[in-house]
Ligand binder design. Structure first.
Ligand code: 6AU
Length: 471
């Protein structure tokens, strides 16, 4: 034990000597002044210090049981986690800060399985928010996180915030401890200590840093209260009362087929998605019976128009022409390509309340959508919560925004693709693993021998996946 303390003291002095910890007047990321600055990034240039650190952390880990894997918080802690992994033999996984533009879009790299217990490795903790971001991505993959080992606890409230979020922090050093070792070694004087003490007393982080909301663990009923879009609220309520998160893509080309489908499948869906421009015998006579069926079976009419023009043109496309979309569809899809104008156009033409689903990702193979486009689309959606009901996407892009609805098309239990680039996944996968709140099923139902029985089957599978997700 005494030996361990000697090593720790010598290590503290080393940190000071390599400028990983500095005293003076420094500006923090958020523009505040601080008398102490920790920059652990320099450690990679001192393999002997890294070795000591890995040995010290290895001792620290001994008290934490049942660890299967470890994960460093990107980026500074990645080499530290690597060193710990080499020392202890514990396998490591890596969290990407950004998902790749191509391929699998995996956020966690390496080998792991659902239920694995992961130990988090971090360099410095102030508020704990970086650890919580990493924990969020790991938990999303079904990995369990309850402990984090860190080099330095800055004693600004992070330990408490982590504790409130289910993470026990095990710090090698607290800032006060580090300072007392440095005073003992005559690296700094007592006056410096006083300044740091005062700074810490005045700069405690309050818990509100990360609300740790996880929409996947909230029921549709709870989320109805959290959305700012009136149609999304109604949709959540319908899903909750009818116990269905199935949206039917009614891609038929004859008006009477559309009405028959709506009538028969209506009791099992929350929304009926149309491409009204594919109806060969369309006339405005179709609209009132369609609205009547939707009202009677309590589902929403959703025109998948994918608006993508300047605001003024979108306003006209939404309200004029033969289809008069704004007069019957309470939900519509739109591309975000031209930015906010598309939303202004829809808003200008809305007769009643309207909910827009912005397309951020697609189920089509070879799509030209990039990761930054996807991110900007989610940002646009969050900026217009009154108008945007949700996002059309394939991945869980907005865990902490429970008011938005994730709509995921490309769902089929018998096929993995069609011959024109459509890609399919199962109901369990899209809801359980990819964060879909509503799944869109088209030909899986419309081309089935018995569309009604098949719709019931999809409805049951999707609802079960949702209830499993809440557990
Ligand atoms: O199940 P399917 O393949 O028969 O039908 C899927 C439906 C079609 C597409 O126009 C639509 O979902 N869709 C969308 C939407 C909803 O906008 C986006 C996408 O990425 N993929 C996709 O298939 O009506």
């Amino acid at each position: 034990m005494a030996n361990q303390e000697q090593t720790l003291k010598a290590f503290a002095v080393q940190l000071f000597q390599i400028d990983a910890i500095k005293f003076g007047e420094f500006k923090t990321k958020v523009g505040l002044m601080t008398p102490v600055y920790c920059d652990l990034r320099v450690i990679v240039s001192y393999p002997d210090v890294m070795k000591t650190l890995a040995n010290l952390l290895e001792q620290q880990i001994k008290d934490i049981t049942n660890v299967d894997i470890i994960c460093g918080v990107p980026y500074t802690a990645l080499p530290i986690a690597t060193a710990v992994s080499l020392n202890t033999g514990l396998p490591m996984v890596m969290r990407r800060k950004e998902a790749k533009d191509y391929g699998t879009r995996k956020l966690i790299e390496g080998v792991f399985k659902e239920g694995d217990k992961c130990l988090i490795v971090e360099d410095v903790v102030t508020s704990g928010s970086s650890i919580l971001e990493t924990v969020k991505d790991l938990q999303n993959e079904g990995i369990k996180c309850s402990d984090a080992i860190v080099l330095l606890n800055r004693e600004q409230g992070g330990a408490n915030i982590l504790k409130n979020n289910g993470i026990n922090m095990h710090a090698l050093l607290t800032l006060s401890q580090l300072i007392s070792y440095l005073i003992e070694a005559k690296c700094i004087d007592v006056a410096t200590n006083e300044k740091v003490k005062q700074y810490l007393a005045e700069n405690q982080v309050k818990d509100a840093v990360l609300p740790a909301i996880n929409r996947l663990k909230l029921s549709y009923q709870e989320r109805a209260k959290l959305t700012k879009n009136v149609v999304a609220e109604k949709l959540f309520q319908i899903m909750s009362t009818k116990q269905t998160n199935l949206c039917l893509a009614a891609d038929v080309t004859v008006a009477s087929d559309l009405l028959n489908l709506a009538e028969q499948v209506g009791p099992y869906i929350c929304a009926l998605k149309t491409h009204i421009d594919i109806i060969e015998d369309f006339s405005s006579n179709l609209l009132s019976p369609l609205k009547e069926i939707a009202h009677r079976h309590n589902f929403l009419l959703f025109e998948d128009r994918k608006f993508a023009d300047i605001g003024k043109t979108v306003e006209l496309q939404f309200s004029k022409g033969i289809h008069l979309i704004s007069s019957w569809a309470s939900l519509v899809t739109a591309h975000s390509l031209l930015g906010k104008g598309v939303l202004d156009g829809i808003k200008a033409a809305s007769l009643d309340s309207c909910g827009v689903f912005l397309l951020a990702e697609t189920s089509a193979a070879g799509s030209l959508i990039t990761e930054s486009y996807t991110k900007s689309t989610v940002k646009l959606a969050s900026d217009y919560p009154q108008l945007v009901a949700g996002i059309v996407c394939q991945n869980n892009l907005f865990l902490d925004n429970p008011g938005l609805i994730q709509l995921t098309p490309g769902v089929n239990i018998n096929k993995t693709s069609d011959n024109m680039g459509q890609q399919y996944n199962s109901p369990e996968f899209v809801v359980g693993k990819k964060g879909a709140d509503i799944a869109v099923v088209g030909r899986g139902i419309t081309e089935a021998k018995d569309p009604v029985e098949t719709a019931k089957l999809y409805r049951n599978l999707l609802w079960e996946a949702y209830t499993m997700r809440l557990k």
